[in-house]
Design a protein around this ligand. Sequence first.
Ligand SMILES: [Zn+2]
Length: 460
Amino acid sequence: MELEFVGAAREVTGSCHILRAAGKTIVLDCGLFQGKRTESHEKNLRLPVPIEQIDAIVLSHAHIDHAGRLPFLVRHGYNGPIWCTPATRDLCAVMLADSAHIQEKDAEFLARRGKEPVEPLYSLRHAVRTIELMTAVPYRRPFDVVPGVRATFIDAGHILGSASVALDCTEGNATRRLVFSGDIGRSGLPIIRDPEAPDGADVVVMESTYGDRSHESVEGARARLASVIRETAARGGRVLIPAFAVGRTQELVYDLHVLARAGAIPAIPIFIDSPLAIDTTSVFEMHPDVFDHGEDLVQKVQDLFRFDLVRYTRNVEESKALATMHGPIVIIAASGMVESGRILHHLAQGASDQRNTVLIVGFQAEHTLGRRIVERRPVIRVFGEEVPLRAEVVVINGYSAHADRAELSSWIDRVREHSPRLRQVWLVHGEPPAQDELATALGAKGLTVGCPLPRERHEF
Ligand SMILES: [Zn+2]
């Protein structure tokens, strides 16, 4: 039995690993590489393994750095099963279609600018076919990925439908359990359940995104969200929140619902200005079975994402009309890193008004407009125009969906407690400083830890 690390090896995007066991080849995740355009495009064009060798694919969750290259495999002829949870399949239906759309738009944009043409990785047709190949299996129900490899999804508590996967690989008389963590979430995140720890592992492939960092608490984030809205409303301003349409927006709406019921925020209109967020909210509403039923709001309220203050704006006219509204309001719009989407229109209009607040709730990568806002540059460039940044800028990092250093450590402790045969931990999905710090910490607990490079292969 052998593991080969292809993507998210010493980096955070392009999650993809190859499991060879029982004479078969199984691909675990196939996500997009993101980052500098040319470099990531080249990586995205490389097939992880010749298509005809792939017997099955297992997908941990719907984030684009885990699922975003599946339609590319389909475009190149992949026609086999893709196993995932029901919520992951439904989120992928929204996200892969959006990904195809973005790629086509990007290609058009570059062509218009006279830049070197970039062919989209895939089109909507391939995204649709990918969804058709998906077979959804609920948590904790074992299934045969291929003969000799039996898998079970365990709730990873990261986004709706996210899973860690336990894979029991049998060759002759020997069975070994490989645990692939997927992305590990956090206790107390709104809506979704807390991460569970698989047991009986011989080998663990584990994410390490925030292996060197600590997050603000989830409760602290909610309290700060309330105070930002109260203060901005008191001075008659707008709260502009750039947010990823899938997951983060629903968490914010849920938290605003909790705060509104508690009377912790003033009764001002809250606009969710994103068609993708509307579609994603519908997917959430289809899967109440995987919500955290220990949470008060989940127990008491039927419509978690619809309450009297919240309005969803789908079409462009409704979105434009927000510009002429008077008085304090909250606007949540994509994109999360302020690179595209309707949030740009709201910033072009609102960034120069010192009564307003730009509230940053997600990670902002280098070279993005979001990062320049976090750095509080005096002037930002929106649609090619210079806009003075006079609005207040507030950053809340407690909404991260990834476990931090202490939470990763406690996850592996829980796995280990019920895994007497655990021999090896491979760290993936982390930049080198985060991986090295986590590797040292886990090594000090007596675990054998490795941080594989791309294309490294290991038997187990
Ligand atoms: Zn993720």
